[in-house]
Design a protein around this ligand. Structure first.
Ligand SMILES: [Zn+2]
Length: 446
């Protein structure tokens, strides 16, 4: 296969190029390192079709990558050199008693430096995986997403199941009763578009007063089938996204606001748009023109997208909007909103059961069939939904932790800065600041 010669030459011109006899590398600028990082991520995309989630940088960089696969070993060696080059840029003055803006710029430079190093390390780990290395679930999530999800024994989930069992009337297995209950809250296919449009408009109305984006920002929604995910935001740059909603399985009413917030406002669409505005354009940091899916950035992306639902709506506000607008639009009985969301809140507590199933399945402790049964029993998924989730495990592996652990870490981070239920304005401020910063998952614990 053909190598991307231009990429190799650019990198070698700026750093020591393996082999040991070359002169000492000159110090690279952060932007030179960042540009090479972008090209490496594009190079990874030639080996791994899901790797490049978004790219809106110079088209010629992509065209160069498309000329042919570079060997994984070369990409890895270049990433190692970039990490070494980053190590030579380590003299950031500590924040001090200077102007607030200067301190902020220094902090952002620190975050940027740590971010680039960690993104490059994750890229190297993905190279190892594509080269055949077998990592355990927790090793993989640490390497790719800079975080490890807690483990829970079956008894942890059983307590929640017992609680649900007491609350859901009827006879028969709990999963069957759960499914029968949920089926009463399916949004009919011919009403989906209307319901989603209303949810998106409300999420946007609540989000936009808290940030500044060009008026041209927008996205379109498409309905698709045959996917292992339930929704996806494809960011195209220039503040535009395409959001796809998978209609393979019945869509329950709670998904309208979940997807509208998660994929749109203030979730992925806003996150990507703020990175483009604040970092790629205003600061001229090219690394944010590419989004490597299997990288620490994804925990921040998914965590903020999930937590954004709570930022946009208090529980009472959400229930009121569902009662007044979405339930009627879906031809569901508005008098049942509280009944449905009380149940939904309980089911939500089982979210870590999905991680547990993925961990055991991907570690080879249980087979596919057992994983489906386990998800059915402990996550109360229908067999069809459990099958879809296993396909997601096959495709995206330990990525699953980014949703619930990501949300918990983001929530804890925002609340530790005063962004609590009692102070929603502060919560918005901290949330928007996080969306537009290159913070790592490990940095959320600080
Ligand atoms: Zn997402």
């Amino acid at each position: 296969m053909t190598r991307g010669l231009v990429v190799v030459c650019c990198l070698m011109a700026a750093t020591a190029c393996g082999g040991g006899s070359e002169p000492a590398a000159p110090t690279m600028s952060m932007n030179a390192i960042a540009e090479q990082y972008v090209k490496l991520v594009l190079g990874m995309g030639e080996h791994d079709s899901a790797y490049v989630d978004a790219y809106y940088g110079p088209p010629e960089w992509k065209a160069e990558a498309d000329k042919g696969q570079r060997p994984l070993a070369d990409l890895d060696a270049d990433a190692a050199r970039l990490i070494e080059a980053l190590g030579k840029i380590n003299s950031f003055p500590a924040p001090g008693n200077t102007s607030e803006q200067l301190d902020r710029d220094r902090q952002m430079s620190h975050l940027r430096h740590d971010y680039l190093r960690r993104q490059l390390e994750a890229l190297r780990s993905r190279v190892r995986m594509l080269s055949g290395a077998k990592l355990s679930f927790d090793e993989e999530s640490q390497a790719l997403y800079d975080a490890v999800a807690p483990s829970h024994p079956d008894s942890y989930f059983q307590g929640m199941l017992d609680d649900l069992d007491r609350r859901l009337p009827g006879k028969g297995p709990l999963v069957d009763r759960t499914e029968a209950f949920r089926k009463q809250f399916v949004v009919a296919r011919d009403r989906l578009g209307k319901v989603f449009d209303l949810a998106i408009a409300e999420c946007r109305r609540r989000t936009m007063p808290h940030l500044q984006l060009p008026e041209t920002e927008s996205f379109t929604v498409e309905y698709v089938t045959g996917k292992s995910w339930s929704g996806y935001n494809w960011y195209h740059g220039s503040y535009r996204s395409v959001i796809q909603v998978n209609t393979d399985l019945p869509i329950f009413i709670d998904r309208a606001i979940d997807l509208a917030c998660h994929e749109g406002y203030p979730g992925h669409h806003v996150y990507n748009a703020l990175l483009e505005k604040n970092l790629t354009r205003d600061r001229d940091w090219p690394e944010f023109s590419v989004y490597a899916l299997f990288s620490p950035q994804s925990l921040i992306a998914e965590g903020t997208a999930n937590y954004g639902i709570e930022v946009a709506f208090s529980d009472a506000e959400r229930r009121a909007f569902e009662r007044d607008v979405l339930f009627p639009a879906a031809a569901l009985n508005p008098a049942r909103v509280d009944e449905y969301y009380d149940f939904h809140d309980l089911i939500d507590r089982l979210s870590y059961a999905g991680n547990e199933a993925a961990r055991r399945y991907l570690n080879g402790e249980i087979d596919r069939q057992t994983a489906v049964q386990w998800l059915t029993r402990f996550a109360l998924m229908s067999p069809e939904r459990a099958e879809q989730r296993i396909r997601f495990f096959d495709d995206y592996r330990s990525y699953v932790i980014n949703y619930n652990l990501g949300k918990d870490l983001v929530k804890q981070f925002i609340e530790s800065r005063g962004g609590t239920d009692a102070n929603p304005d502060k919560r918005w401020e901290e949330f928007i600041r996080l969306l537009g910063s290159p913070r790592l998952p490990s940095g959320l614990r600080q």
